[in-house]
Design a protein around this ligand. Structure first.
Ligand code: ATP
Ligand code: MG
Length: 139
C-alpha cells in the first residue's frame, strides 16, 4: 500500500527568482497539506549526503553547486498516494519533457535547475523527511 507522505524542496534558483509562493500555492491547490516547512541552506556537504545515490554520476558536481547556491525551502507533504501524485504534479526531471501545467514546466530553467525535488519512494520520503526534520513536530 502506498503511503501518504512525501518530502520536497524548492531549489535555490526557484527561490532566488521569487517562485516559492506560487509553487506552494500550486501544491496546496492540488490537495497536499504542508505538515512541516523551513527555509534553510544546504552546504555542499549536506547536498552530497542528501544526493549520495548520485555520487558516481557525471552531473554530481553540478548538482552540489546548484543545490548549495542559495536558500531552499524544505517541506513535508501529506496526501493520499503522496509520492506518486507529487511526482505527477512536478513533472519530468528534464523540464523539456515535462507535461504542460506541471511545476517544472512552469518554473524550471533547465535539467540542472529544475525548480523542485520530490521523493521517489515511500522509503526515501521517510528518510528525506528525517534528514531535514528529525525530532520536529508535524502539524
Ligand atoms: P529530484 O531527485 O531532484 O527530485 P529526480 O528524482 O526527478 O529529481 P534524479 O534522477 O533523482 O531526478 O536526479 C536528481 C537531480 O539531478 C535532478 O533533479 C536534476 O536536477 C539532476 N540531474 C539528473 N540527471 C541529470 C543529468 N543527466 N544531467 C544533469 N543533471 C541531472
Ligand atoms: Mg530523485
Amino acid at each position: 500500500m502506498s503511503g501518504n507522505v512525501t518530502f520536497s524542496m524548492i531549489k535555490p534558483d526557484a527561490v532566488k527568482d521569487g517562485h516559492a509562493g506560487a509553487i506552494l500555492k500550486m501544491i496546496e491547490d492540488a490537495g497536499f497539506r504542508i505538515v512541516a516547512l523551513k527555509k534553510t541552506l544546504m552546504t555542499r556537504e549536506l547536498a552530497a549526503k542528501f544526493y549520495e545515490v548520485h555520487a558516481d554520476k557525471g552531473f554530481f558536481g553540478d548538482l552540489l553547486r546548484v543545490m548549495s547556491a542559495g536558500p531552499i525551502y524544505a517541506f513535508i507533504l501529506e496526501k493520499e498516494n503522496a509520492v506518486a501524485d507529487y511526482r505527477k504534479l512536478i513533472g519530468s526531471t528534464n523540464p523539456a519533457n515535462a507535461d504542460a501545467g506541471t511545476i517544472r514546466k512552469l518554473f524550471a530553467k533547465s535539467l540542472e535547475s529544475n525548480a523542485v525535488h520530490g521523493s521517489d519512494s515511500d522509503e526515501n520520503a521517510a528518510l528525506e523527511s528525517a534528514f531535514f526534520f528529525a525530532g520536529t513536530e508535524r502539524f
